[in-house]
Design a binder for this molecule. Structure first.
Ligand code: BMA
Length: 337
């Protein structure tokens, strides 16, 4: 579908203040020094004066079949947040944790809390999808798994600090039976004293709260602290049964956009506002065409530099792109009635 048809069909309006980086994508298959095909959904943060990116790499086994692939995570480092140099070897392979049980590791989200680097990730196992948290050591090679959820859960992000003495995370469990066997999944908030044991869970953002969602929505990037509240970018899915082949798959009926909400600084389970329109809608060729799955914008990484917010997103489940917007615009969108 062309952009003009897409916005018309779903009655969408993209933010006029968002700027895509002119040389998008910033990372794709050609930049990777090992077996790699789809390079997307990257977590990014600033750690020890460098920009660290951990990206998802879906690569075909035997180079021939798209139905037989593995997913590992790769590491790249940058001094400007735009030009990334990829390490010679993957950061973690899909079966490095619980050998024999995993199918893939993916969708990393990076955050620094009290000078330590953490990564949330999803792990598909033979017995369900688990959300994990690991601490990455300063050498950027070794790590320690802190927690792995029960299935099915994913899209976890951690807040950048403790709030009222507790670590806080957002997550998106996948309740199938209770949601009439449909993919109607909401965003939840949970608390922990030690990042290992999580509880006090509460529904935070329901699909019916967002007008550009009819399927599932989940936290996209870790919350950003501002004076007005925590900015949280989320992905939001529109499912359309009229859509058919849209990429490599026989049937791909979803359009992924992203929106933004603002959470209270003292009580992050309180939503102060949600943007009326999406921030990013698939628009450019690399978001609409020739991808693994077309019509997908999937942010996982975010940074603030001075007055600007930088959003790193997967385009079409194929490459990694960058967009930016002024922080005050994001807050304005959330608070505008
Ligand atoms: C979600 C996840 C993401 C992916 C998106 C669009 O369910 O699997 O990793 O980018 O679908 O395909």
């Amino acid at each position: 579908m062309e952009y003009k048809d897409l916005v018309k069909k779903y009655n969408l309006k993209e933010s006029k203040d968002i700027l895509r980086y002119k040389s998008n994508p910033i990372l794709s298959r050609k930049d990777i020094p090992y077996n790699a095909h789809l390079i997307f959904n990257a977590g990014v943060t600033k750690f020890n004066n460098k920009y660290i990116m951990i990206f998802r790499n879906d690569y075909y086994v035997n180079n021939d079949s798209i139905t037989k692939f593995h997913t590992d995570l790769g590491l790249a480092i940058s001094s400007d947040g735009i030009h990334f140099k990829v390490n010679k070897k993957p950061f973690i392979k899909y079966d490095d944790i619980n050998k024999g049980e995993n199918v893939r590791i993916y969708d990393p989200r990076l955050i620094v809390i009290s000078n330590d680097l953490y990564m949330c990730f999803a792990l598909d196992t033979h017995h369900g999808i688990r959300g994990g948290i690991m601490k990455i050591n300063k050498d950027l090679k070794s790590y320690k798994i802190i927690s792995l959820s029960t299935p099915d859960n994913r899209n976890m992000v951690l807040f950048p600090e403790k709030i009222n003495g507790m670590y806080v995370r957002l997550e998106r469990p996948m309740p199938i039976y209770s949601r009439r066997n449909k993919e109607i999944f909401d965003t939840w908030i949970s608390y922990s004293k030690d990042l290992k044991y999580w509880g006090e869970s509460k529904l935070l953002l329901a699909t019916e709260d967002v007008k550009y969602c009819n399927c599932k929505l989940g936290p996209a990037c870790p919350p950003l602290k501002t004076k007005k509240g925590y900015i949280v970018i989320f992905h939001s899915v529109i499912k359309d049964e009229e859509l058919g082949k849209n990429g490599y798959e026989d049937k791909w009926q979803k359009v992924y956009v992203c929106g933004v909400m603002l959470l209270d600084l003292k009580d992050p389970s309180k939503i102060l506002g949600i943007s009326n329109n999406p921030l990013l809608i698939p628009k450019e060729e690399y978001e609409l065409k020739d991808g693994f799955r077309n019509n997908v914008i999937f942010p996982c990484g975010v940074l603030i530099n001075k007055d600007t917010c930088y959003i790193y997103y997967g385009a079409n489940d194929t490459s990694t792109c960058l967009a930016s917007i002024k922080v005050n615009k994001l807050i304005e969108y959330c608070l505008k009635k």
